[in-house]
Design a protein around this ligand. Structure first.
Ligand SMILES: [Zn+2]
Length: 540
């Protein structure tokens, strides 16, 4: 240890940089290399590198001087470290973030609360998170007054931040926090459409997390039974991420679900959704028409909204007046008038559409057709020279026509106003880093060969660190598109088929096409036979 103090003492005692460099040279010369000296040297280099990294994120150094400071750090590392530590502590003391007692606790290495506070300023960029209310105000700046209260709140806030941040970093689309009923809460993430339990938290902490999320989302904390909704924002190093929050009273307590509306990754383009080039071309052609209606259908969680936004992304917002009605607005689109449905304020899809039609739009986007009135108005709009994009909950392309008839739309109206129906499913994509050839049974091999596919191209999931041991990473869409051609128009116009027949025909046709599209992706090594079976049999 003696050498370490000597080095520090000799450097501290000298003024100009050249003298310091000379002194460092002397010291190096006087070192006869032995194990202790090598260890000291390694420790010195480590501290130098550590300081250089610290400097890069220190708020005390202006960006312009950061590279210069890094060079200094690499040379004089540990000294700068001491100076920065003292400066950091002084700033925190002045801002009242910590007390003298915290520093003492920190120095003696048992500052649970203090330590976390001290780390706040030196977090890695991927660990940085701030929770803001929907107006962008930092809500948790001054929680609690008393020391004990503050410590408890700090712990809750740390857990809340972790739950939110890990959700974002883990590519979750939803975070579910629900009471287990035995004095604990479970936190689950929905990743690529599948739920995973990620952690359990104690009852007290769970309630604390639920309350802090409700508070920041502008929800009434005292209301524990009635379903409420709200929203908040998380600021991470890449930008802001928006959350939509819903609460409901369940057996054993209160449940929260957080939908992550990711503004950071942005909207996908039409060819990034996983749609084949031919189908993309058909959709683009439909989008260029001045009028007509394009309906995307599929069950819940089939990626209809993502495709809807991808289609909107193809439209030039400057030359065409675009108005949307959505529930909720998932992406903010520049130069587009977006209306959010709000049942409490009596803003529904139907009455929004009525007001939109008075604004002379070119393109109207209806988030979801749920009732006859909305369906009727959307088709009327298409009929009177607007391009209408919409989603509908149904199982296949022809089943969509049946569903429209169920909603009271006349077949003739559909024949003249509908231009494209697209049905969609999402399958999980195989992880590129660990996928391997699959072992298939004789029956499957036989079945694939009969359909003209090569069974040796089928891959299976394995699981690695990159995909969280699931074998899957990301999702891709299976899409079947139907153009309303003369044949279908004749069927519709002549009412040659009964509703039941049409639905049956539609389901078997849709299943066939989606399955074929799925098998094509299996052959390309993008997904597995199980995934295709999982989503296509749900047509049922
Ligand atoms: Zn993997």
């Amino acid at each position: 240890m003696g050498y370490g103090f000597d080095i520090v003492a000799s450097i501290a005692g000298i003024g100009g940089p050249w003298e310091i460099l000379a002194a460092v040279g002397d010291i190096t010369q006087s070192l006869q290399f032995g194990p202790i000296k090598v260890a000291l040297l390694v420790a010195w280099v480590f501290l130098c590198l550590y300081c250089a990294q610290r400097v890069a994120f220190s708020p005390l150094i202006a960006p312009d001087y950061k590279s210069l400071a890094s060079v200094f750090c690499l040379v004089f590392g540990p000294l700068i470290f001491a100076v920065l530590a003292v400066a950091d502590l002084t700033v925190k003391l002045q801002e009242g973030e910590i007390t003298g007692r915290d520093i003492l606790r920190y120095l003696f290495g048992n500052a649970f609360v203090g330590r976390k506070t001290l780390q706040n300023r030196t977090v890695r960029p991927e660990d940085y998170i701030e929770l803001l209310d929907s107006a962008g105000k930092n809500f948790f700046e001054d929680i609690g007054n008393k020391d004990d209260q503050r410590a408890a709140d700090q712990e809750t806030l740390i857990v809340t931040r972790e739950v939110v941040l890990q959700g974002i970093r883990g590519r979750a689309s939803d975070i579910l926090i629900d009471p287990k009923g035995v004095g604990a809460f479970t936190v689950r993430y929905r990743i690529d459409g599948v739920l995973h339990v990620v952690r359990e938290i104690s009852d007290d902490q769970g309630k604390g997390v639920v309350n802090s999320i409700k508070a920041i989302s502008g929800m009434d904390i005292s209301e524990k039974r009635r379903a409420l909704d709200g929203s908040f924002m998380a600021r991470i190093s890449e930008g802001n991420v928006f959350f939509r929050v819903a609460s409901s009273g369940v057996l054993g307590g209160e449940k929260l679900s957080l939908r992550i509306l990711n503004q950071v990754t942005g909207m996908l383009k039409l060819d990034e959704v996983g749609i084949s080039p031919e189908i993309c071309a058909t959709i683009r052609e439909g989008l260029q028409q001045p009028s007509g209606m394009i309906v995307i259908c599929g069950p819940t969680g089939s990626g209809k909204t993502t495709t809807l936004y991808a289609m909107l992304g193809e439209i030039d917002f400057f030359t065409r007046n675009v108005v949307t009605v959505e529930d909720p607005i998932e992406y903010v689109l520049p130069n587009v008038s977006q209306i959010e449905v709000n049942a409490k304020a009596n803003i529904t899809f139907a009455n929004s559409l009525r007001s939109i039609l008075r604004q002379d739009p070119d393109v109207i986007c209806v988030g979801e057709i749920r009732d006859g009135e909305t369906a009727d108005m959307a088709l009327q709009a298409s009929h009177t020279g607007h391009l209408v994009l919409a989603t509908l909950h149904s199982s296949s392309n022809l089943a969509t026509l049946v569903r429209m008839m169920d909603l009271g739309i006349k077949p003739l109206m559909m024949a003249s106003a509908l231009s494209l129906v697209i049905s969609q499913r999402l399958v999980r994509k195989l992880c590129e880093h660990c996928k391997q050839p699959a072992e298939l049974d004789a029956e499957t091999i036989d079945h694939l060969r009969k359909q003209g596919f090569d069974p040796s191209k089928v891959l299976a999931p394995v699981g690695c660190k990159k995909c969280n041991q699931t074998g899957y990473l990301g999702r891709t869409a299976l899409v079947d598109v139907m153009r309303l051609d003369e044949e279908i128009k004749t069927i519709l116009g002549g009412n040659q088929l009964s509703l039941g027949e049409l639905k049956q025909k539609g389901d078997s046709m849709g299943r066939g096409n989606l399955k074929r599209e799925g098998l094509r992706k299996v052959m390309a090594g993008l997904t597995t036979l199980d995934e295709v079976k999982r989503v296509v049999s749900s047509l049922g």
